[in-house]
Design a protein around this ligand. Sequence first.
Ligand code: IPM
Ligand code: MG
Length: 355
Amino acid sequence: MKYNIALLKGDGIGPEIVDSAVRVLEVIGKKFGHEFNFTAYDIGGIAIDKHGKPLPEETVSGCLASDSVLLGAVGGPKWDTLPGNIRPEKALLGIREAMGLFTNLRPAKLYSALKDDCPLRSDIVENGFDIMIVRELTGGIYFGERGMREGKYGEEAYDTECYSRMEIERIARVAFETAKKRRCKLISIDKANVLESSRLWRKVVHEIAEQYPEVECTDMLVDNAAMQLVRNPAQFDVIVTSNMFGDILSDEASQITGSIGMLPSASLGEGKRGLYEPIHGSAPDIAGKGLANPIATILSAGMMLLYSFGLTAEHDCIVNAVDKVLEAGYRTADIAHGENSLSTTEITDKIIENI
Ligand code: IPM
Ligand code: MG
């Protein structure tokens, strides 16, 4: 089969890690008889420098014309002082919205080879954990009305959290379907003791739950969830939550795996086309030094094969190659603890050898 993949390398370590994932995809293509065609478009800070805006039209149309999109990371100190509407991060929200990607899947699992990297006490993670966070991605406070106004105490700024029934229903369905394919346990996270939007969220999730009797569904308040994630992460199978809570909890979940450089993500909409990216940022401090861990991006490319193209064996092949390389003790600097580490290219070579 032939697949057209749009590459949004972005800023900082983005180009290096995307190049690693492209090399892996090319080897997978050879092994399994697929043709992957890659076209690169600018996004983020580099797009601001070259086109005067973080998300140029040709980037959006290129992504919409592709079969799927692989993204590196955006942002850096150079663009940090720009106004909100032209910051690199704005491009991420923009491309998610333009592609209709309302679902964000963020798996957080503890690799047995990396158990010692987990900051939690060993008795807490004895049996590991494997969590899938289903984050709503195109609604809530990140997309709500915002602005400045004169208030009771003078100048004030505001952002609004707003969720429609439709937005909650569609993300809830994705979450139940995801849970059905896993351990059939869904925890919906909200702040229904305070927020009206959370009360609608909870009500709609309960309605959808009736259509999935095989899935055990419970609610958890977000403050409690933040605590439970470090108290007993193994209690979670699938989590479904709003855009902002998902943003925060997925960073927390990534940290307890001990390796933010390892975690991939998939952003999906109604169709097969998705956007795949590591959950870490552009790490400008180590850009261009060969220190970046490409594994999260390589695994993101793997998720693309599975979710957008339905290529299960090809996906599994990448995941197994990464597992083998880690089991064999190979590490990039972020997970090497000062011991010998491999460069971005060297660890990619090792993964390719195992494909
Ligand atoms: C993420 C990031 C983005 C988000 C930012 C950079 C806009 O934190 O993907 O988690 O909040 O979605
Ligand atoms: Mg985030």
